[in-house]
Design a protein around this ligand. Sequence first.
Ligand SMILES: Nc1ncnc2c1ncn2[C@@H]1O[C@H](COP(=O)(O)OP(=O)(O)O)[C@@H](O)[C@H]1O
Ligand SMILES: [Mg+2]
Length: 407
Amino acid sequence: MTNNYFLEMRKASVMSAPKNLSLEMHEVFTPGSPINHRDFFKGRVQQVRRILDTIPSPGRHPIVFGQRGVGKTSLVNILTQLLPNYLSVKVTCDSSDTFKTIWNRVLQKVTVNFKTTAFGFSRQVAEEKTNLAAFLGKDNGLHSADVAGILAALQQKAIFVIDEFDRITDTGVKSAMADLLKNLSDNNPNATLVLVGVGESITDLIGVHPSVSRNLVQVEMPLMTGEEIKEIVSKGAERLALNIDGSVLQDVAYLSGGFPHYAHLLGLSICKACVIRDIDTIDQVTFSDLACSLAVEESIETYRQAFSKATKTSKASRYQQILCACGAAVHDDRGVFRATDVVGAMADLFGDQVNVQAVVPALQAFAEHERGCVLEKIPFGSQSHYRLREPLMRPFLRIKSRGLEVM
Ligand SMILES: Nc1ncnc2c1ncn2[C@@H]1O[C@H](COP(=O)(O)OP(=O)(O)O)[C@@H](O)[C@H]1O
Ligand SMILES: [Mg+2]
């Protein structure tokens, strides 16, 4: 299965000439929606392998976790195509969900054939299609054992994907899901649950349930590597018969900071720049001057608003430059940086040789309510270090810095 998958992936990436770039670019680069087809799914070799190894193994269930925007939903979306012999059902949670509403939605999507024997002399056997949600009962309560009982009616191997499980805060719902997982592990080798959500660890998602820990297989989704980001853009461009300079690809990898959303946003902006200039090769100058400003215009509104709220001023100031420098500042694994790192980034980005005192008041202000708390202050002895409150803002700031003038 796994080998086939990689062979197919290579075949799928063969270049096909575009009929109409303006239309086709939106099929290839989709910053606003998860991947739904394996042809467009890039990288993540280890995570795909881990999930494909886990699902056929009885009593083992993958739990996919990582930051927002790293590609968790995309990974589980392509499972249907990677495991065509499985019945596959996916639901997305919201904060008002209970154990019953989640399973009601799952079971609504499953129908099974029951054999019924008609009474009378003929003893005819008839097949009856039944929606599994019909077995849920009318009252509000629902126990994990009830769901396990209903799933026992399945004659086929099945995957149940519960996406955005982090939206569930009720510990009762999490415990019921853990109990179900245990029950299925012990009694039903056909059914696999795949829990998916934002979190730094599986305990963030499901809580602490020692009884199920050996049934859960952790599939951590880290930020993408530079190579994976480059693959998204280069293979996309290849499909659209566009050429991208190697230095531009390198730049895209840096700007994206490991978030595939930005690889798609920049890929789409490159296509738009090609349409505007009527070219089919993108060089560094066109990329920085045109594609990056198109990407800023098309960026998620929340980040554009956060940027203007944080840097609003009626007087001449370096607010915009300093905030952009926060996106380029050297930081540790947790995204934490110091004022001196921002000073370094000011010099690198804008050739602006400022001292620490020139940036600290702005950094303090960015952490205040009035400027939307874009930064979080991290106490460090008598000093403060800083972190972007929203990690997805880092690539936005890097791209935004391309269009800024030196003060
Ligand atoms: N493996 C991948 N290959 C190509 N694009 C991807 C991949 N994973 C995610 N993306 C893109 O990245 C963005 C975020 O993906 P998504 O699956 O919604 O992330 P999450 O569920 O972790 O928030 C989407 O635009 C999606 O198309
Ligand atoms: Mg998602």
